[in-house]
Design a protein around this ligand. Structure first.
Ligand code: ASP
Length: 323
Protein backbone atom coordinates (compact mmCIF):
# COMPACT_ATOMS: atom_id res chain seq x y z
CA UNK A 1 0.00 0.00 0.00
CA UNK A 2 2.76 2.36 1.10
CA UNK A 3 4.81 1.63 -2.03
CA UNK A 4 1.81 2.35 -4.21
CA UNK A 5 1.25 5.67 -2.46
CA UNK A 6 4.90 6.63 -2.89
CA UNK A 7 4.74 5.70 -6.58
CA UNK A 8 1.54 7.72 -7.03
CA UNK A 9 3.17 10.69 -5.33
CA UNK A 10 6.24 10.41 -7.55
CA UNK A 11 4.03 10.29 -10.65
CA UNK A 12 2.07 13.29 -9.46
CA UNK A 13 5.24 15.30 -8.89
CA UNK A 14 6.57 14.36 -12.35
CA UNK A 15 3.27 15.51 -13.85
CA UNK A 16 3.44 18.76 -11.86
CA UNK A 17 7.04 19.33 -12.99
CA UNK A 18 6.04 18.84 -16.63
CA UNK A 19 3.00 21.10 -16.31
CA UNK A 20 5.06 23.95 -14.83
CA UNK A 21 8.11 23.38 -17.01
CA UNK A 22 10.23 25.38 -17.56
CA UNK A 23 8.85 27.77 -14.90
CA UNK A 24 11.16 30.42 -13.49
CA UNK A 25 14.29 28.31 -13.52
CA UNK A 26 16.44 28.77 -16.65
CA UNK A 27 17.10 25.96 -19.09
CA UNK A 28 20.82 25.47 -19.74
CA UNK A 29 22.10 24.23 -23.07
CA UNK A 30 25.48 22.61 -22.46
CA UNK A 31 27.61 23.23 -25.54
CA UNK A 32 30.63 20.90 -25.40
CA UNK A 33 32.92 23.36 -27.22
CA UNK A 34 34.20 26.90 -26.71
CA UNK A 35 32.14 30.06 -27.14
CA UNK A 36 32.17 31.71 -30.56
CA UNK A 37 32.66 28.46 -32.49
CA UNK A 38 30.27 26.70 -34.86
CA UNK A 39 28.34 24.62 -32.31
CA UNK A 40 28.09 27.60 -29.96
CA UNK A 41 26.69 29.71 -32.81
CA UNK A 42 23.97 27.16 -33.55
CA UNK A 43 23.16 26.94 -29.84
CA UNK A 44 22.87 30.70 -29.35
CA UNK A 45 20.76 31.19 -32.46
CA UNK A 46 18.55 28.25 -31.55
CA UNK A 47 18.16 29.43 -27.94
CA UNK A 48 17.01 32.80 -29.26
CA UNK A 49 14.41 31.13 -31.48
CA UNK A 50 13.25 28.65 -28.81
CA UNK A 51 12.87 31.11 -25.92
CA UNK A 52 9.38 32.25 -26.86
CA UNK A 53 7.84 28.89 -27.76
CA UNK A 54 9.38 27.27 -24.67
CA UNK A 55 8.25 30.14 -22.48
CA UNK A 56 11.40 30.47 -20.39
CA UNK A 57 14.98 31.61 -20.21
CA UNK A 58 17.64 29.59 -22.04
CA UNK A 59 21.29 30.05 -21.18
CA UNK A 60 24.40 28.57 -22.76
CA UNK A 61 27.16 26.86 -20.79
CA UNK A 62 30.31 26.15 -22.79
CA UNK A 63 32.11 23.05 -21.50
CA UNK A 64 34.90 22.50 -24.04
CA UNK A 65 37.60 19.84 -24.02
CA UNK A 66 38.34 16.28 -25.14
CA UNK A 67 36.49 16.64 -28.44
CA UNK A 68 33.13 17.39 -26.79
CA UNK A 69 33.19 14.42 -24.44
CA UNK A 70 33.68 16.49 -21.25
CA UNK A 71 30.54 18.55 -21.87
CA UNK A 72 28.51 15.54 -22.99
CA UNK A 73 29.65 13.65 -19.86
CA UNK A 74 28.56 16.54 -17.67
CA UNK A 75 25.15 16.68 -19.35
CA UNK A 76 24.68 12.91 -18.97
CA UNK A 77 25.07 13.26 -15.19
CA UNK A 78 22.84 16.33 -14.78
CA UNK A 79 19.47 16.16 -13.02
CA UNK A 80 16.88 14.79 -15.47
CA UNK A 81 14.45 17.66 -14.98
CA UNK A 82 14.70 19.41 -18.36
CA UNK A 83 16.80 22.27 -16.97
CA UNK A 84 20.02 20.88 -18.39
CA UNK A 85 20.06 19.88 -22.05
CA UNK A 86 22.94 19.00 -24.34
CA UNK A 87 23.40 20.53 -27.77
CA UNK A 88 25.90 18.31 -29.51
CA UNK A 89 26.92 17.11 -32.95
CA UNK A 90 28.34 14.15 -34.84
CA UNK A 91 30.62 13.61 -31.81
CA UNK A 92 27.67 11.68 -30.31
CA UNK A 93 28.35 9.09 -33.02
CA UNK A 94 32.15 9.19 -33.25
CA UNK A 95 33.20 9.31 -29.57
CA UNK A 96 32.29 5.66 -28.76
CA UNK A 97 34.74 4.45 -31.43
CA UNK A 98 37.48 6.84 -30.34
CA UNK A 99 37.44 6.67 -26.54
CA UNK A 100 38.10 3.40 -24.77
CA UNK A 101 36.88 4.83 -21.46
CA UNK A 102 34.03 7.10 -22.44
CA UNK A 103 32.17 8.21 -19.28
CA UNK A 104 28.74 7.92 -20.94
CA UNK A 105 26.91 5.90 -23.57
CA UNK A 106 25.36 8.21 -26.16
CA UNK A 107 22.47 5.87 -26.99
CA UNK A 108 21.70 4.81 -23.42
CA UNK A 109 22.37 7.84 -21.23
CA UNK A 110 20.30 10.42 -23.09
CA UNK A 111 16.74 11.09 -24.17
CA UNK A 112 16.85 12.20 -27.81
CA UNK A 113 14.85 15.40 -28.37
CA UNK A 114 15.44 16.04 -32.07
CA UNK A 115 17.86 16.92 -34.82
CA UNK A 116 18.62 20.55 -35.71
CA UNK A 117 20.72 20.91 -38.84
CA UNK A 118 23.29 19.46 -41.19
CA UNK A 119 26.45 21.45 -41.87
CA UNK A 120 29.07 21.05 -44.61
CA UNK A 121 32.74 21.59 -43.84
CA UNK A 122 35.56 23.40 -45.63
CA UNK A 123 39.27 22.74 -45.90
CA UNK A 124 41.02 26.02 -45.08
CA UNK A 125 44.59 27.19 -44.58
CA UNK A 126 46.55 29.95 -42.85
CA UNK A 127 46.69 33.25 -44.79
CA UNK A 128 50.43 32.97 -45.52
CA UNK A 129 50.13 29.49 -47.07
CA UNK A 130 51.71 29.67 -50.55
CA UNK A 131 48.77 27.94 -52.27
CA UNK A 132 45.65 29.50 -53.72
CA UNK A 133 43.72 26.45 -54.84
CA UNK A 134 43.54 22.75 -54.11
CA UNK A 135 46.04 21.74 -56.83
CA UNK A 136 48.62 24.14 -55.36
CA UNK A 137 47.81 22.91 -51.85
CA UNK A 138 48.38 19.29 -52.92
CA UNK A 139 51.84 20.24 -54.24
CA UNK A 140 52.64 22.17 -51.04
CA UNK A 141 51.58 19.18 -48.91
CA UNK A 142 53.81 16.93 -50.98
CA UNK A 143 56.77 19.23 -50.54
CA UNK A 144 56.22 19.68 -46.79
CA UNK A 145 55.44 16.15 -45.58
CA UNK A 146 56.33 15.71 -41.91
CA UNK A 147 56.14 19.43 -41.18
CA UNK A 148 52.41 20.17 -41.52
CA UNK A 149 50.15 21.10 -38.61
CA UNK A 150 46.44 20.46 -38.71
CA UNK A 151 44.22 22.10 -36.10
CA UNK A 152 41.15 20.44 -34.63
CA UNK A 153 38.79 20.62 -31.66
CA UNK A 154 40.00 17.35 -30.10
CA UNK A 155 39.36 13.67 -30.74
CA UNK A 156 35.72 13.23 -31.61
CA UNK A 157 35.18 16.75 -32.91
CA UNK A 158 33.91 17.27 -36.43
CA UNK A 159 37.20 18.91 -37.39
CA UNK A 160 39.01 15.83 -36.09
CA UNK A 161 36.88 13.40 -38.09
CA UNK A 162 37.24 15.44 -41.26
CA UNK A 163 41.00 15.88 -40.76
CA UNK A 164 41.43 12.19 -40.03
CA UNK A 165 39.68 11.25 -43.26
CA UNK A 166 41.63 13.83 -45.22
CA UNK A 167 44.98 12.47 -43.96
CA UNK A 168 44.04 8.85 -44.56
CA UNK A 169 42.66 9.61 -48.05
CA UNK A 170 45.77 11.46 -49.23
CA UNK A 171 48.01 9.12 -47.18
CA UNK A 172 49.92 11.91 -45.48
CA UNK A 173 50.27 12.13 -41.69
CA UNK A 174 50.08 15.58 -40.18
CA UNK A 175 50.70 16.79 -36.63
CA UNK A 176 47.28 17.45 -35.15
CA UNK A 177 46.90 20.33 -32.72
CA UNK A 178 43.82 19.96 -30.48
CA UNK A 179 41.88 22.94 -29.11
CA UNK A 180 38.73 23.11 -26.97
CA UNK A 181 36.79 24.28 -30.00
CA UNK A 182 37.47 25.62 -33.46
CA UNK A 183 36.99 29.24 -32.33
CA UNK A 184 40.45 29.32 -30.66
CA UNK A 185 41.81 27.07 -33.45
CA UNK A 186 40.63 29.65 -35.99
CA UNK A 187 42.49 32.40 -34.08
CA UNK A 188 45.72 30.42 -34.33
CA UNK A 189 45.12 29.66 -38.01
CA UNK A 190 44.61 33.37 -38.68
CA UNK A 191 47.82 34.06 -36.76
CA UNK A 192 49.71 31.44 -38.79
CA UNK A 193 50.51 29.20 -35.78
CA UNK A 194 48.80 26.25 -37.50
CA UNK A 195 48.70 25.45 -41.21
CA UNK A 196 45.39 23.78 -42.02
CA UNK A 197 41.96 23.03 -40.58
CA UNK A 198 38.78 21.36 -41.65
CA UNK A 199 35.90 23.31 -40.11
CA UNK A 200 32.19 23.87 -40.40
CA UNK A 201 30.95 26.45 -42.89
CA UNK A 202 29.11 28.16 -40.02
CA UNK A 203 32.54 29.11 -38.65
CA UNK A 204 34.49 29.60 -41.88
CA UNK A 205 32.11 31.47 -44.19
CA UNK A 206 32.85 34.98 -42.91
CA UNK A 207 36.62 34.35 -42.85
CA UNK A 208 36.49 33.01 -46.42
CA UNK A 209 34.27 35.89 -47.54
CA UNK A 210 36.67 38.49 -46.18
CA UNK A 211 39.70 36.67 -47.63
CA UNK A 212 41.28 36.19 -44.20
CA UNK A 213 41.94 32.47 -44.72
CA UNK A 214 42.80 30.38 -47.75
CA UNK A 215 39.87 28.17 -48.75
CA UNK A 216 40.55 25.06 -50.84
CA UNK A 217 37.47 22.84 -51.00
CA UNK A 218 34.22 21.76 -49.40
CA UNK A 219 34.02 18.31 -47.86
CA UNK A 220 30.53 17.34 -49.01
CA UNK A 221 29.80 15.34 -52.15
CA UNK A 222 28.00 18.35 -53.65
CA UNK A 223 29.16 21.97 -53.82
CA UNK A 224 27.68 24.42 -51.32
CA UNK A 225 25.52 27.04 -53.02
CA UNK A 226 25.93 30.00 -50.65
CA UNK A 227 27.65 32.97 -52.39
CA UNK A 228 30.92 32.82 -50.41
CA UNK A 229 31.36 29.08 -51.00
CA UNK A 230 29.82 28.38 -54.41
CA UNK A 231 33.19 28.66 -56.19
CA UNK A 232 34.87 26.06 -53.99
CA UNK A 233 35.25 22.59 -55.53
CA UNK A 234 34.41 19.44 -53.58
CA UNK A 235 37.31 17.26 -52.45
CA UNK A 236 35.75 14.53 -54.57
CA UNK A 237 36.11 16.76 -57.65
CA UNK A 238 39.76 17.26 -56.68
CA UNK A 239 40.41 13.53 -56.96
CA UNK A 240 39.60 12.40 -53.40
CA UNK A 241 36.92 10.06 -54.73
CA UNK A 242 33.98 9.47 -52.42
CA UNK A 243 35.09 12.03 -49.82
CA UNK A 244 31.92 13.18 -48.11
CA UNK A 245 31.73 14.63 -44.62
CA UNK A 246 28.68 16.53 -43.53
CA UNK A 247 28.02 16.97 -39.85
CA UNK A 248 24.85 17.53 -37.86
CA UNK A 249 23.61 18.90 -34.54
CA UNK A 250 20.93 17.57 -32.19
CA UNK A 251 19.37 18.29 -28.81
CA UNK A 252 19.46 15.78 -25.93
CA UNK A 253 18.38 15.49 -22.29
CA UNK A 254 19.77 13.31 -19.49
CA UNK A 255 18.18 9.86 -19.38
CA UNK A 256 15.05 9.84 -17.25
CA UNK A 257 13.87 13.34 -18.14
CA UNK A 258 10.06 13.03 -18.14
CA UNK A 259 8.47 12.44 -21.53
CA UNK A 260 6.11 15.38 -21.05
CA UNK A 261 9.14 17.68 -20.64
CA UNK A 262 10.86 16.19 -23.71
CA UNK A 263 7.64 16.72 -25.69
CA UNK A 264 7.50 20.38 -24.63
CA UNK A 265 11.12 20.98 -25.64
CA UNK A 266 10.56 19.12 -28.91
CA UNK A 267 7.50 21.26 -29.70
CA UNK A 268 9.55 24.43 -29.06
CA UNK A 269 12.40 23.05 -31.20
CA UNK A 270 9.99 22.48 -34.09
CA UNK A 271 8.70 26.06 -33.88
CA UNK A 272 12.30 27.38 -33.79
CA UNK A 273 13.31 25.32 -36.84
CA UNK A 274 10.66 27.23 -38.82
CA UNK A 275 11.59 30.64 -37.37
CA UNK A 276 12.39 32.86 -40.36
CA UNK A 277 15.35 34.65 -38.71
CA UNK A 278 16.89 31.41 -37.49
CA UNK A 279 16.49 29.73 -40.88
CA UNK A 280 17.93 32.75 -42.70
CA UNK A 281 20.98 32.94 -40.42
CA UNK A 282 21.71 29.22 -40.71
CA UNK A 283 21.21 29.03 -44.47
CA UNK A 284 23.43 32.05 -45.11
CA UNK A 285 26.24 30.05 -43.49
CA UNK A 286 25.62 26.91 -45.54
CA UNK A 287 23.69 24.92 -42.90
CA UNK A 288 20.58 22.97 -43.84
CA UNK A 289 17.73 22.98 -41.31
CA UNK A 290 16.14 19.58 -40.69
CA UNK A 291 12.63 19.46 -42.06
CA UNK A 292 12.05 15.69 -42.18
CA UNK A 293 11.00 13.36 -39.36
CA UNK A 294 14.47 13.43 -37.76
CA UNK A 295 13.19 16.49 -35.84
CA UNK A 296 11.55 13.83 -33.65
CA UNK A 297 13.66 12.15 -30.99
CA UNK A 298 12.96 8.56 -32.04
CA UNK A 299 13.90 9.17 -35.69
CA UNK A 300 16.95 11.21 -34.71
CA UNK A 301 18.08 8.34 -32.50
CA UNK A 302 17.74 5.90 -35.42
CA UNK A 303 19.81 8.29 -37.52
CA UNK A 304 22.53 8.45 -34.83
CA UNK A 305 22.57 4.62 -34.66
CA UNK A 306 23.11 4.63 -38.40
CA UNK A 307 25.90 7.23 -38.06
CA UNK A 308 27.63 5.11 -35.40
CA UNK A 309 27.50 2.11 -37.74
CA UNK A 310 28.81 4.25 -40.60
CA UNK A 311 31.73 5.98 -38.84
CA UNK A 312 32.96 3.29 -36.41
CA UNK A 313 34.71 1.14 -39.08
CA UNK A 314 36.15 4.25 -40.76
CA UNK A 315 37.63 5.48 -37.46
CA UNK A 316 38.89 2.00 -36.52
CA UNK A 317 40.51 1.66 -39.94
CA UNK A 318 42.32 4.95 -39.34
CA UNK A 319 43.63 3.38 -36.12
CA UNK A 320 42.75 6.21 -33.75
CA UNK A 321 41.67 5.90 -30.16
CA UNK A 322 42.14 7.53 -26.76
CA UNK A 323 41.64 6.59 -23.13
N1 ASP B 1 31.95 21.90 -33.05
C1 ASP B 1 33.26 22.38 -32.64
C2 ASP B 1 33.19 23.79 -32.11
O1 ASP B 1 32.11 24.30 -31.98
C3 ASP B 1 34.25 22.22 -33.67
C4 ASP B 1 34.37 20.80 -34.15
O2 ASP B 1 33.57 19.94 -33.82
O3 ASP B 1 35.28 20.59 -34.91
O4 ASP B 1 34.19 24.37 -31.83
Amino acid sequence: MKALAVAALALASVAALAADYPGDKPVTFIVPFTAGGPTDKVARDLAEAMRKPLGGTIIIENVGGAGGTLGAGKAAKAAPDGHTLLLHHIGMATAPALYRNLAYKPLEDFEFIGMINEVPMTLIGKPSLPANNYAELAKWIDANKGKINLANAGLGAASHLCGLLFQSTIKVDMTTVPYKGTAPAMNDLLGGQVDLMCDQTTNTTSQIESGKVKAFAVTTSKRVSTPALAKLPTLDEMGLKGFNVSIWHGLYAPKGTPKAVIDKVNAALKVALKDADFVKREEALGAVIISDNRVDGAEHKKFVEHEIAKWTPVIKAAGQYAD
